[in-house]
Ligand binder design. Structure first.
Ligand code: ADP
Length: 481
């Protein structure tokens, strides 16, 4: 008995509507949910099922007619309330296997759900449309901006050729520098908005791979060496001579990674390495590594790096500039070329950015052995990079190597201050700061004093601070000997 009570109780209180009707089409049981949602009272019992579902059940002499199959399939039906307004339900109508000529309809109101789904689709569509309009607008504006900037840049360069007056020359150089920066930012925004709007097309062409790398090397060599850093470029012999790919875009990614590497490194070295990791018929996978011994990136910040407009540290960005778009653009370009980009880094020790791309091989490259270098090469390279990064003693304060590096940086620093090139001076003092990270407190204080004097562009204070620091260096050199 208890079981039967329980059965009726659950039928009565179920959240979905339950209607049981007989062969003659008359409802013989309707639960609370059905009465409430259909806005009927007890008279629902005895009502013809065709009143509730007029599009599905028709009143007929023998009872009802319907094309509905009485199985477990879910159907979408329109249910009519007593006041003849209607709403959509998802329903199952089954024939009672125990009582012949008795049917049960279980129905759930989906009008609210459908409404929400429709609104969600509409909102999504609207936001996508808005994003597209915004991207197109940004693309148009930046395109328009590029023309005048190019004009100013061209004219300034022409004036630079003939100008002899020192002060005017300096002003023109500043204008040229500013325009170049602006030009780069505009190009970045243009690429970014094109990529976002899905309007970006790669332009693959055959080119000589090593010449492209030489070109990239030439773009960065002077700046890196000027900073007193070492620069290594290695291309594995298995990398093909000619490839078919979008050369400009590969250059763009490498320029971005190498500019960042030199921007954020003030001591040590920067390396660019390329290996071929796989070949499948006329397609090859190339792996690039850009390794630096710079300021590094916290683990927590590494994931944010490739998101648009993301810069790790606002104070760093103020000092080094940049829009935070470079790595996001690089990521999107790498993915368009069928590859992936990632970073391994340790704060204070350096970073390794690596990315893969797939390129096509022209006819003449296909005769070469087709080998699959697979992940092992990449893994061993990453391992060696990791070992380098883990080698925390590389710049341990007081070692012979460290002191000689400090002396080199200090003499460059003195020279920059003599020439009142404060920007460069700050770069060298940052190098010294990194080299003295683990030094005793008094040494670190001396470096801080040099840095403060340089930031204030105070010649006297800076030279006084150099002397204090130099004496400290000589003292440590004496202890080594
Ligand atoms: P930006 O144009 O601002 O440099 P990027 O997307 O190229 O934009 O870089 C985003 C941020 O990632 C930088 O502002 C910096 O904080 C960090 N970053 C990138 N490369 C390095 C690196 N080699 N070493 C340390 N930090 C880096």
């Amino acid at each position: 008995m208890i079981q039967e009570d329980l059965f009726w109780f659950s039928m009565e209180e179920a959240l979905e509507m339950i209607l049981v009707f007989a062969e003659n089409g008359r409802i013989i049981f309707a639960n609370t949910a059905a009465k409430q949602q259909l806005e009927y009272g007890d008279e629902l019992r005895g009502t013809h099922i065709g009143e509730i579902f007029p599009n599905t059940f028709h009143n007929a002499e023998e009872g009802f007619e319907t094309s509905l199959g009485f199985d477990l399939t879910l159907q979408e039906l329109m249910a009519y309330r007593k006041n003849r307004t209607c709403f959509a339900v998802r329903a199952k109508v089954i024939a009672d296997p125990k009582n012949r000529g008795q049917y049960m309809c279980l129905a759930e109101d989906i009008s609210q759900k459908e409404f929400l789904e429709k609104s969600l689709i509409q909102v999504k569509q609207e936001s996508e449309d808005a994003l597209k309009v915004k991207s197109e607008f940004v693309a148009n504006v930046t395109h328009e901006l590029r023309t005048p900037v190019n004009g100013i840049l061209g004219n300034t360069r022409e004036l630079l050729e003939y100008e002899t007056d020192e002060r005017k020359l300096r002003n023109l150089q500043l204008i040229e520098h500013g325009c170049r920066d602006m030009h780069n930012i505009i190009n970045n925004i243009l690429d970014f908005s094109k990529l976002e709007a899905g309007k970006f097309l790669l332009e693959p062409q055959k080119f000589h791979f090593r010449s492209m790398i030489d070109y990239v090397k030439g773009n960065h060599q002077n700046k890196i060496i000027e900073k007193g850093l070492e620069f290594f470029v290695t291309i594995s012999p298995t990398v093909p001579e000619f490839v078919i790919a979008d050369e400009l875009r590969i250059v763009q990614i490498l320029n971005n990674l190498l500019s960042n590497a030199s921007k954020f490194t003030s001591v040590g070295r920067i390396a660019l390495e390329v290996v071929k990791t796989a070949q499948v018929q006329n397609r090859a996978e190339l792996f690039f590594f850009v390794i630096d011994s710079g300021i590094g990136i916290d683990k927590a910040d590494q994931d944010k790096l490739f998101k648009s407009f993301s810069q790790v540290d606002a104070s760093i960005s103020r000092k080094f500039g940049g829009t935070g778009l470079g790595l996001n653009i690089s990521k999107q370009l790498v993915e368009l070329m069928g590859g992936q980009i990632g970073v391994q880094s340790q704060k204070g020790k350096g970073s390794t950015f690596s990315f893969s791309i797939w390129v096509e091989l022209p006819e003449e490259e296909l005769g070469h052995v087709t080998e699959n270098v697979s992940q092992t090469v990449v893994e061993s390279m990453l391992q060696s990079v990791q070992n380098n990064a883990d080698d925390g003693n590389a710049w341990e304060y007081g070692t012979e190597e460290n002191i000689s590096e400090l002396e080199k940086k200090l003499s460059k620093l003195v020279l920059s201050v003599e020439m009142e090139n404060w920007e460069k001076a700050e770069m060298f003092v940052d190098g010294i700061k990194q080299l003295t990270e683990n030094a005793p407190k008094e040494v670190k204080n001396a470096v801080l004093k040099m840095k403060m004097a340089i930031q204030k562009e105070n010649y006297e204070k800076a030279t006084a601070a150099f002397e204090v620091f130099q004496t400290m260096l000589h003292e440590s050199t004496d202890t080594i000997k």
